[in-house]
Design a protein around this ligand. Sequence first.
Ligand code: GDP
Ligand code: MG
Length: 300
Amino acid sequence: MSDSKTPFRAGHVALVGRPNVGKSTLLNAAVGAHIAVVSPRPQTTRQRVLGVVTEENWQIAFVDTPGLLSRPSHAMDRHMHRGVQSTLDEVDSVCLVIEALRLNDDDRFVLKQVQASGRPVSLVVNKIDLHRQRERLLPFLQRISELADFEQVHLVSAQRSDGIQSWLNGLSKQLPECAPLYDADTLTDRSERFLAGEFVREQLMRQLREEIPYATAVIVEKFEVDGKMRHIAATIWVGRDGHKGIVIGRGGERLKSVGTSARLAMESLFNGPVNLELWVKVRPDWVEDESALRELGLNT
Ligand SMILES: Nc1nc2c(ncn2[C@@H]2O[C@H](COP(=O)(O)OP(=O)(O)O)[C@@H](O)[C@H]2O)c(=O)[nH]1
Ligand SMILES: [Mg+2]
């Protein structure tokens, strides 16, 4: 039963951290659906994604951000940095995500950025499942809390959904009293079309070796809904001729496997069958090409 004396709280919370600490996995665990792309590689997330969690007395709209690097190199990295900075200006509070027992210069760099934002900062120590001996976490936590004045500290495993509910409950208490910002059934601000492209890119990140995924981009050319069925066609841009063959694979095996896994992710989130067509095209040096970045929406 809803208690009329409990005020509703709502707001935006940024998930910030160096690449690969598990920000997107955390967002998915919070929302309870796969909306943010995840891979073992750093820099899987290129654009921010909003994930909304609504409960009886609160609503948290998480903003998943690309990881911040202390030394951005490409034009694309710089675009991503500007995006994270403007996110910090817009949110009500910030969760700094780090990995348990691992703190490096990139984490310290991110910490400085979030402190400079002047927003309340909570610490989320992720991947605690990797450390059986919890007593080793205590001195680590002590050392970290000397670095900054965190509003809250949470220990979680995003992968196992461990500690997620108490993290959410804790965060909700920090939010301003406010009516819900999104419909209760909204999970994300991103369209199915955008997510379809992201699911293809996610598989490229997971299935291709070395530098190739960083030089690929995905453009959704067609997204048509026909009853329960979705017909989707996407083009994968690669930077070089040699990469085209690698993405396609021997006898088309790689592309087929990317397509199958991406399609399954789409079918699960969209709750219906998907017919997915993938094409591979060479577009040299798009990573440095401002007009290509604009086409991809990576320069906002
Ligand atoms: N063991 C473990 N791995 C995790 C956990 N959370 C995320 N990961 C893994 O860490 C990698 C990076 O995750 P991702 O969410 O893409 O990180 P992001 O770059 O910060 O968004 C992926 O391989 C995840 O499966 C966790 O709680 N435990
Ligand atoms: Mg990510």
